[in-house]
Write a protein that binds this ligand. Structure first.
Ligand SMILES: [Zn+2]
Length: 245
């Protein structure tokens, strides 16, 4: 995970990696993620239908090890993290990573609805939205309200029939907002866009200072050490080097 040689990823690359990570979050590791981005035809990838991901094969021209470096860059810059499930290191989103992914994923869902409207699709099975991450669903409904687009209403009504009460209440509110002629508050949209832009910058990784609980001294926990500890699933050291001997 030494990031020194990995160039800063572009916003588009960051989004592609997040989109691929969404397919395996908490259930797959760095290698599987790299294989999705590579467009691998491996049995496991196909069995899990990971080739359905829009980011599948995004880095198909690059070597797997190069893709792994990009993933490690994503971990270093606070977009993704590693969490151990037993002995297996799994990829998870950081808060930043999840904010970005849920933003682009809700856009993807809305674009799909727009596509359905174009095709005249009238009776989609809306149960695919059931049991999804709640914060993501609420964001989706927020965006539906902000769109002011009444042609979404039939899909909302179908969705309302299949989801749980907490969600159906929110769907009802959304339908009411769309049918009323209240102007849309564009400042919230603007704020979210600005937040997304900032979040895409990530956080430059650096050495940090920790305090030793035995002697009380501050000691440097280098970037390299942080990466090593993270990959091994270890918690940060509590004591300085001298006290550890
Ligand atoms: Zn000490």
């Amino acid at each position: 995970m030494i990031n020194a040689k990995t160039n800063r990823l572009s916003e588009e690359e960051i989004k592609a990696i997040l989109r691929a990570a969404d397919m395996i979050i908490d259930s797959g590791g760095r290698t599987l993620l790299a294989k999705i981005l590579k467009g691998s035809r491996e049995k496991k990838v196909l069995q899990l239908e990971l080739d359905m991901c829009p980011a599948y094969g995004y880095f198909k021209k690059e070597k797997l090890e190069e893709i792994m470096k990009k993933i490690d860059w994503m971990i270093d810059y606070d977009f993704l993290d590693i969490q151990y499930s037993g002995k297996l290191p799994m990829i998870i989103f950081t808060e930043r990573g999840w904010d970005l992914e849920s933003d682009q994923y809700t856009d993807e869902l809305l674009n799909e609805w727009k596509e359905w409207i174009k095709q005249g699709k009238q009776d989609p099975d809306m149960s695919y939205l059931k049991d999804r991450n709640r914060s993501m669903i609420l964001l989706l409904l927020e965006k539906v309200r902000e769109s002011g687009d009444q042609s979404f209403i039939p899909y909302l009504e179908l969705w309302e029939k299949v989801d749980y009460k907490k969600v159906t209440e929110e769907i009802r509110t959304t339908i009411n907002v769309l049918t009323s002629d209240e102007p849309i508050d564009s400042s919230i949209v603007k704020e979210r866009k600005e937040y997304i832009k900032k979040a895409l910058k990530g956080v430059e990784p650096q050495d940090i200072l920790l305090k030793c609980w035995e002697c009380g001294d501050r000691f440097t926990f280098t970037l390299g050490e942080q990466q090593f500890y993270k990959m091994k699933g270890l918690s940060y050291p509590k004591r300085c080097k001298e006290c550890r001997i």
